[in-house]
Design a protein around this ligand. Sequence first.
Ligand SMILES: Nc1ncnc2c1ncn2[C@@H]1O[C@H](COP(=O)(O)OP(=O)(O)OP(=O)(O)O)[C@@H](O)[C@H]1O
Length: 261
Amino acid sequence: MLDMQGITKRFGGLTAVDNVSLKVRQGEIVGLIGPNGAGKTTFFNILTGIYKPDAGTIAFEGREIQGLRPFRIARCGIARTFQNIRLLKEETVLDNVKVGMFHKTGTGLWASILGLRSARDEERRVTEESLRMLETVGLAGCEHEQAGNLSYGSQRRVEIARALVSRPKLLLLDEPTAGMNAEEVREMTALIRRIREQGTTVILIEHNVSMVVGLCDRIAVLDHGVKIADDVPEAVVSHPAVIEAYIGKEEGEEVASGAAH
Ligand SMILES: Nc1ncnc2c1ncn2[C@@H]1O[C@H](COP(=O)(O)OP(=O)(O)OP(=O)(O)O)[C@@H](O)[C@H]1O
């Protein structure tokens, strides 16, 4: 489904993403992990068109998409959530989810201003779809609440509903469990599984390593912009370079040799 080859992004003298390749098959849940500043969010920003890569190609379902504007990439069927919650806090939960459909609705601005029937039909369809997505993420009945009044975990679910409402083929989640307690992490894990069962492929950035190990089919690890591992979870967590990246060279060698004995 997704084939990223040789992706590089520099900010001045810093190479934030350094010649990274990643392939994702349809139906997979892939984790992207790595220490702070490893380049994970930059990688998402390149994939979604926020940044243009300095080098590399991105093929999505066989079509090259690198360098396209974000809304065009969204139209190809790639949606995302952000590390920091980005909701319209004063607006209702329902309106926040409906925003996710804007790039897909076919009726123009004038049609909605003039109250044309096509615009009203479209509005109804968007509302129905948004309510369905709120149900999927476990927020049925919360549609009229003000988004800012929801718990942190629920606000993250609203963001996911907003990303899902456009029916993406690929969903990118940037730290979906950040700031969550153990129960909320369990619920989020179950939700991501449900999203995959409904046919959406998922790539998630996570700092919660035990969560990604339990959830993902495959994990790619970035360190200082370089991909140092890409394998099934069990192989990744015992990979010496991964241990070293997370806990430092000397301790890493001790842990790795302890694991080998
Ligand atoms: N717009 C930018 N301009 C300059 N430097 C940037 C920019 N965006 C990211 N960087 C730098 O690129 C590197 C990678 O950052 P990035 O946010 O992608 O890492 P990350 O793995 O997502 O980190 P974290 O886990 O802390 O969110 C960092 O050194 C960061 O300071």
